[in-house]
Structure formats: structure tokens, C-alpha cells
Design a protein around this ligand. Structure first.
Ligand code: HEC
Length: 300
């Protein structure tokens, strides 16, 4: 009998980790809820003279169907393309390849294989035609520090390819017609693609707040109530609102003792409960659970 109760208590303690995830989730949802209510207030706000526009507020936009133009168009270079490529290169590439493309950076000195010297025709793995550079940017070079940049839109990858070529004053041996055909076939560049949807943050917040009803706080018993359950509540509930919030995220805490105990112990006192609960016997846990169940409003 004694053994049995020890092993059950041990089970409660070891299972505490599992409940941590639930409590962390509760915290995140709670924080989002507070944001939804507090910081953002109404769903949409107008920009006025004294209140600058909130950049997270804009009309929801369904992604447009847009043609990426096809490779032939992207293979021709304009001053704008080069300027775009230069800016992207400074942001994402110069750290390894150097501002001028000579790969003379501190990072390059310790990389094996070293980043390519883009100013020289020597030693390229995939090649320096526009199509080859586009492929490098789309797929990376496996087994090296050269990652894929396929999160950049195709037009940006082409802008980078043009800029990379502009760094090397040697013949890049392009055959644009053949490259256009190859790229269109491999990357479907002429196909219509849907641009990204844009949903403004307050709209998301409002949805989340609507789905999440805040439970009422636990009603602590008055000091005059000296029943064992009432005493446990007063002693072990550190923050009645927070504790109710946490319990509301945990289905079954009213019925299952282990679930209840795990929830109370995981994350105390941040979860609204006192860490002292850890020393309760199983019988006392039951008393505490029953008392709290009676004192915690049921979520709507
Ligand atoms: C973390 C460092 C790093 C960053 C950042 C980086 N590269 Fe590289 N890059 C490398 C390395 C390493 C190689 C050599 C790969 C190899 O040996 O084939 C390489 C190779 C290349 C090559 C030549 C591939 C070939 O055929 O040999 C090109 C072109 C290139 N990078 C362009 C870029 C561009 C454009 C960017 C920015 C969008 C970029 N890289 C960002 C490390 C980097």
C-alpha cells in the first residue's frame, strides 16, 4: 500500500514535464489575447496626423495571380536590375563573397571549400553563365557553405545573377536562347504563380481573441473558511486569475488527478500556483483538486 502511493506520487512528478508544454501554450495564448485586447484595440485604425500609421494594419489582400515573365525577359539586364542585384548582394552575399566579389572576407578565410571568387573564371563548380548562377541560387551547392536562396522571388535571383556577372570582367559565355529554354523547362518561369496573401496582424489577433474566452478567476475562500480544501486553496493559489487561465487550457483537470497535479507543478509559480504544492500527499491533492473544481468557473 505504501509502495503504491509512493509510485503514484513519482508518476505525478515525472509526468510534470508533459504538462509544461500545455502550460507554455496557455501562456502564449494568454499573451496573444492580451495583445488582441490591449495593444491593438479595434480591428482597424485610421492614420491621423498625430498617430502615425501602424505598419501592421492594412487591408487583407488575396495574393494576385502574376506571371513571373518567363526566363527570356529575366535574362535581359537593365540598370534597375543591376541596382536591385547590388543591394541584395550587399545584404545577403557580401559577408562571404566580399563587397567586390573577391571572397577576401574573414569568413571566407575559414571556410572549406572557400566561397567562389566571383571576379575570376577559375574553378567554378556549376558554372558562371546566367542559367548556372540562377541554378546555384535556387538550389545551393550541396556539401558547401553556399546555401539555396530559393525564398527570393525569381526576379531577385536573376538580379543577383546579373550583378554577380558584372563583378567579373571575363567572358561568361552565355547562350541566352538556350539558357532561356533550359530555365523555363526546369523552373517553369513562364507559369502563372499566386503571389503571397497578406493578412494584417490585428485581424489575426481579433480572430484569436474571439476564439479564446478568458475564464473567470478562481474565487478564493474567505479566511473564515478553515476547511482543509479552503486552506489549501489560500496557501497554494498564488495568482487566482493566472491559475484559472492555465487550468482552462488543460482539459480533464477536474476529473484526472494526475493531469491536475502535473498542471499545478509544471511552471509554478509562473503558472499561478505555489511550488509548495510539490510536497502534498495524494489524499491532499484530491482535496485541493475538489476544492479548486468548485471554485473555478467553468469556461463557456
Ligand atoms: C555563408 C557563406 C556564403 C554566402 C552568404 C553566400 N555564398 Fe555563394 N558560395 C559560398 C561558397 C562556400 C561557395 C563555393 C561552393 C563551391 O565550392 O562550389 C559559393 C559559391 C557561389 C557561387 C559559384 C557557384 C559555382 O558554380 O562555383 C556563386 C555564383 C555564388 N556563391 C553566389 C552567391 C550569391 C549571389 C550569394 C547571395 C545571395 C551568396 N553566394 C551567398 C558561400 C556563400
Amino acid at each position: 500500500m505504501k509502495n503504491d502511493s509512493v509510485s503514484q506520487d513519482a508518476k505525478i512528478v515525472t509526468a510534470a514535464g508533459g504538462a509544461l508544454a500545455a502550460v507554455v501554450l496557455a501562456g502564449v495564448v494568454g499573451a496573444l489575447f492580451m495583445r488582441g485586447r490591449g495593444a491593438y484595440g479595434p480591428t482597424y485604425r485610421e492614420a491621423t496626423a498625430d498617430a502615425p500609421a501602424d505598419p501592421t494594419v492594412f487591408e487583407n489582400v488575396r495574393g494576385k495571380m502574376e506571371s513571373s515573365g518567363g526566363a527570356a525577359q529575366l535574362l535581359s539586364v537593365t540598370p534597375e536590375t543591376l541596382a536591385r542585384g547590388k543591394a541584395l548582394f550587399a545584404d545577403s552575399c557580401a559577408g562571404c563573397h566580399g563587397e567586390g566579389g573577391q571572397a577576401n572576407t574573414p569568413v571566407a578565410a575559414v571556410m572549406h571549400p572557400a566561397p567562389r571568387d566571383l571576379t575570376s573564371p577559375r574553378g567554378w563548380t556549376r558554372g558562371y553563365t546566367l542559367a548556372a548562377i540562377y541554378q546555384t541560387l535556387s538550389e545551393g551547392v550541396s556539401g558547401t557553405g553556399m546555401a539555396s536562396f530559393d525564398t527570393l522571388p525569381p526576379a531577385d535571383r536573376f538580379a543577383l545573377a546579373h550583378y554577380v556577372q558584372s563583378l567579373g570582367r571575363f567572358d561568361h559565355k552565355d547562350d541566352l536562347a538556350a539558357e532561356a529554354k533550359l530555365l523555363d523547362a526546369k523552373y517553369h518561369l513562364g507559369k502563372m504563380v499566386r503571389g503571397p496573401n497578406k493578412v494584417s496582424v490585428p485581424v489575426v489577433m481579433a480572430h484569436m481573441a474571439a476564439e479564446y474566452d478568458a475564464p473567470g478567476a478562481i474565487v478564493l475562500p474567505p479566511a473564515s473558511d478553515v476547511s482543509p480544501g479552503a486552506r489549501l486553496c489560500r496557501r497554494l493559489v498564488a495568482d487566482p486569475a493566472r491559475a484559472a487561465d492555465v487550468l482552462a487550457q488543460v482539459p480533464g483537470w477536474r476529473e484526472k488527478l494526475d493531469v491536475f497535479a502535473e498542471t499545478v507543478m509544471a511552471g509554478a509559480p509562473g503558472n499561478g500556483f505555489e511550488p509548495a504544492a510539490a510536497v502534498l500527499t495524494r489524499a491532499r491533492w484530491r482535496t485541493f483538486q475538489a476544492e479548486l473544481a468548485a471554485r473555478t468557473p467553468v469556461r463557456r
